[in-house]
Structures are given as C-alpha cells and as structure tokens.
Design a protein around this ligand. Sequence first.
Ligand SMILES: O=C(O)CCC(=O)C(=O)O
Ligand SMILES: [Fe+2]
Length: 753
Amino acid sequence: MGLYGKNRPISDSNSPHRNKSVSNARKTPNSTGKKPSSKSESDVLNVSSQKPLPSLSNKHRNKANCPCNQSLGSWKIDCSKCHQFWHVDCVGLKGINDKTINSLTEYLCPFCFVSPVPTIETTVDVCHICRNTLSLQQTNLAYESSTAANNLESLSQFCASLGSLDMDSLTKNMDTLSQFDSRLKHILLKENSLIGLDTEIKTLSNLLSEHKQHNESHLVTAASNNQSLSTCITELQHNIQLLQQPLPQSPLGSSDELLKVISDKLEKLCRDETDITTSLEHLKESLAVRSTEHEHQQLARPYETIPTQSVPEPAFPLHPSRIPPKVECSNPVPKVPHRQLPVIDSKQDFLNQAEADELKTFFDGCIFNSENGHSVTSFGSPYQYTGSKSSPPAPSFPDCLKPLLERINTAQSDIYRSMYPDQPYLTVPEINSCLVNKYEGSESYLPKHSDCEVSIHPESSIFTISLGQSCDIKFTERESGSVSSQSCPDRSLYVMSRRSQEVFDHEIEQGSMSDGTRYSLTSRCVSWTHKNSTCMIGDSNTRFLRFGSHKRGTFGEQMPGQKFWAPKIRDIDPVSCMGYSNVVLLCGINDIKESHVQCEKDVADCYAELKLKIKQIKLLSPSTKAVFVCQLLPTKDLTLNRKVNDFNRLLHFDLFPTCKDVEFVEGFNQFVCNRVLAAELSMHLDRLGRFDMLHLNRAGGRVLAGLIKKSIFLRFHGGVDKRRHTGRVNGRLYSNVVATRLHPSGLVDGCQV
Ligand SMILES: O=C(O)CCC(=O)C(=O)O
Ligand SMILES: [Fe+2]
C-alpha cells in the first residue's frame, strides 16, 4: 500500500481512467452471474428490492480512480487487499500527514474492511460496507424484539385492567380533582399574602399609636384610618379563622359542595383584602408625613419600660424599612499604642562554642540558594515568604539541629504560657521550621521586610540564632519611621513576636558586616492552616468556645486561634488581634444593658464605640483579612430587646455596608427566631426550669461555634460580596428580632438567649 503524496502526486485529472465512472461498474447481484440464493435477496436482507444493491465486483472497478468519481485533488491511498485507490478525504483520513500514512503496513478500504460484529449470511455479492450496516441493523432488531417480548406480558395485563375501568367516572373524578387543586393553590397564595398583610398592618398600627402620643395635628385622619383599618382587620381575622376551621366532612362525591364553601370564604377574604389595602395606603401616607418630623425626636426619646410578665403584645413596633442614620466615627481614628517591642528577648552565648562549631561545619557543607544579598536553605516545615526568588527544599531537621529545636520549643512554651496563664488547656504553637541565611562578606545584606506571612502562627515567637561574623539588625517602626537596632554577635539569640511584624520592618544593611561568613538560623511555627487563624473576642456567650485540636468541643486543627475576654466593648483590645487572619467579635449586650443607655441615640453611641474598635483593629493589624461581627442575641427583657434591635439594625445598615472586610456571622437569624431551638440553647435560670434568656448553654455554644466556623470557611471558599444599600445587606434580608409575646405558660416566648 502507498500514498500518492507530494512526491508522487496523482490528481484525478492525471488518471488514465478519469472518465470511467465507478458507478458504471456496478452491477445488480443477478448480473454478476453468481447463483441466486433459494430465498429472494430482499427476504434475506430485508431491504427494498427497488434499488439495485451496492455490490461492487472487483473486476469491474477502475482501481486508479477513487470510487467517489470526483476530482477532489487530495492525496490517495490504496487498499492492501483489492488495491483500489481512494482519496484520503473520502476514507476519513483527512488531516493525517503523508508520513504517517506511508508508514502504515496495511490498509483495508471500506470495501474490504469487515466489521468485527458478525456479518449477515448471504450468498449475494454485497459489498462489506452494506453488509456491516445491515448486520448492525439486524443485531439491533434482534435486541429490540427480545425486549418487546419481555414487556409483552405486563402490557397485556395492563390492557386487560384498562378494559374493566369505568372511564366516565374516572374522567369526572379527574376533572373535580384538577378543579380542587387549582382552587386550593389559589387559596394558599391568598393566605400567604394575607398573612404578610396582617403583619404589616400590625406594625403600622403600632407605629401609628406611637406617633399619636407625640403629634396631635394629624390625629384625626390617622385615627379614622386606623378605625376603618381595625374593623377590616377584625373581619379579615374572622375570615382567616373560618378558613382555618375544619371543613365540613362530606360524603364521597360531594367535593363540589366542599369547593363551593371554600370559594365563598375565599371571595369574602378577597373583598376584605381590597378594603384593607386601600385603608393601608391612606395610613402609610399620613405616617410618611410625620415620620420625617419625628426622626430626631425619636432618637433621643427614652425607651419605655415594658414589664416582662404582663405584656402580651409584640414589643417591637420598629419596621425594618426605618433605616437608621449613618453613625460617624470621629476622624481620624484615634491611635491605639501597639505595645510591641522590635525584640522581646535576647541572649548572648545562647550556644556554647562546641555547639556553634558543629553547626558551622554542618552548614559549610550545605547547598544554599541565592536570594537578594544573601543565600538560604531551610529545614522542617517549608517556609515560603513574599519576595523569595527560590523555594529551597526543606528536608527534615538534621540530628545536629534537633537539640537546638528542643531548646527553642521550651523557650516558646515559656513565652506563650506567661502570656496566657489562665488558659492552660491551649496547645503551645510548635516551632517546626528553620530558615538558614548565609551572608558572605561585607557586600551581603538582607532587604527590608517583615515576617508577616500568613503561614506563621500569630502566637509563634520568631527565634534567630547568629553564627560566625557579627552584624547589626535594623528595625524601623513603619508608622513613625523611628529606627532601632540589635547587635547579633556569634552564638547569640534574639526573639521577635509575630505581632511586632505588623508594625516593624527589619533589615541588615550592606556594609554592616565585615569580611567572613555569618549564618543566621530563624525558627518559627509554620503551617498553611494558619491562614484560618482566628482571634475571638467576646462576652460570656463565648465561654464554651474553645480553640485546639480536639475533634469534639474545639474548632479543630484547621482553625487555630485564641480567645480573649471582653464583657464590654471597651474591653476589646485591638492589640490582641494583631497577626490573626480573622477576628470574631461577640460583644455589646452588656453595654446596652447599662441603665444610662436610655434611648436610641445611646444605643448608637455604643455601636459607634464598636465601630471604632473595628477600625482600630484594621489599622493595627494589616494581616487581618476579615472582622466577623455577631449580632446581639435577644434576651428575656423586653425593654432590652428594643435596644438589641436598634443595635443590630445599625450593624446591618451602617457597619456592614460601610466598613470593608466586615462580615456577618451567618445564621444568627434562625438561631434567635426559632423558639424551640432558642429555649434548648439557653441556660436554665432557676429550679422551676425557666430559661435564662441571656446566656447560651453548652449546646448553644456548640451551635454558635458551628455558625462562626461556617462563616469563616464560607469566606475562604469564594463567598461573593453582594452588598446593597437597601433592606438587603450582603444579599440577606434584614430581619428584626422576632416579636416577643407571652407564652401561655407564662414564660416569655419567642426571643431568646
Ligand atoms: O539574618 C537575620 O538575622 C534575620 C533573618 C530574617 O529576618 C529572616 O529570615 O526573615
Ligand atoms: Fe525576617
């Protein structure tokens, strides 16, 4: 076989048999002279005998011409068996280069290729293309008939049962059912919109009665509106009750009667709804006039005291559409002292001479990768830092470094325990990585930088041991530009905190070293899970939240962190957040609980204090990616709940839309609005089993922990910020604390924990 390619071009125009059409060579099977089979050909093949079968006898073909009989001008390939030439395009080899085709040792053309599926038996001279196709058809047919046979029995059973059906009554029943179904849908739709309307009316009439006390001028219209509205509401409620009553039991077949009862009630409801909507419009108009006038008065108006045990009605007449005014923080944000030292500890002669000599000899034999002004190698967990040109491999700690690592970990533990003496259950961040820098001669240097990498544990100290030639390391406070330095003689140690990296840069200037070699060994606690590091600051409701690596009861290894106690907003210490990727704040209830917080403006002041803290955190800790704020949880005290509502509304309408990288802790709304859930999650107050609706119990703590964890991980998994300056914040609808009313048992119901 071969190919007519560039070297052997044969175009159809060059072909000696160009004018001989292949189809001319075709013969009907009978004309081939072969003996016809006993069955007729169309019987065997199950094909129409009208057209001649595409049989191709070898003898009649013009083998130099492609059977397509067209001059396509493409290369040709010949069949190994029948030696018929074909255009490469005609046999589906278009695009394959001539080299590949020439390298084929065998090629069977469509006439000679026999499909691997069994071909049909025939004595007729049928070309293989047709045989293959027909054979496939036959196989399919066989399969389909066997499937049909299998299904035949169940089909015949079904047909038999169809015969015994009373089609008339079936059609009737179906009609009735579909009518019933569409009317039911209608009722459900109406009921939902009516419930919504009912709530809106209640809110508006509460607002109205509130306004009545302060403004008499519009009282007449409003009062008459209110009166007609009240009548309508009573009607509406009556009708809804009627609808909710069990419908009369009807004997089979009287579904039409049932439907009539329902649709009568429905019609009545619709009429009432129209009346109410009209009255509502009037009411809204008269309220709109006055709400502007009273905005400022309202902010300064003291909250009325609502007795906890005797008020059956909702305590929150506030409507979410009343967006609170923007709360301005004094600008610029007052500075918080960062309280960080560039070096928290240092020791001369940290290593003895023998230890130092052993290490120097070891490092002299190591391969270092070139960086700006110096070179590096590393051991333990890999430490990757911004601006690095090389990613040196990090083999495990060599034996000569192990005793040193142990000493450093003891020092780390001492520093950590002294910082958090009251949290002995916390796991000390383990120093697991050592980066060795090699400086050779006076030309070498270390560029200005800070070790504020996300992979370093925020509570890890950073230990640097110097070996060989001494030098000075220079620290610059970023904000003020003030400079200090630390001398690093042979065998000495200096320690920096991770927090200080948020405010200081360090460097070794060119010329600070004389000739000779200096090695520095910098050890840290490093892991990629530290990108989730979280600083939690909160009141007593955070008491059951624990960081640590235990599977149950802690946030686990994937979310390392530290908890800080802040009963009031003023106790939030922005310094504790430094270096953490996430900050979670759950604080404020004890502030608004204070007796001097008497009106909406006082609540706004508490909120402004929180907003200021958040701004300070962001200034002090550039590494912090997001501050997550928890809404305040409602309490058993109805008056306090009004303040809770006002505070939360400011979070929604002021904090989240105006402060970048401030996030919700997701899921709080369900958390506080589900009465059963809320009761289960709050502490028991007394022996009677009444709930302390201010504090979460252990289960409540677990739910809260779950919500916090979910919010943090959601953010990392591409949560999309869809903030809008409307009733929706971050794509979520703002919702008030659930309306509080007395439970029949006498316990306050509805708002919780
Ligand atoms: O060589 C030193 O003393 C400092 C090393 C250092 O700052 C670093 O590796 O990040
Ligand atoms: Fe550094």
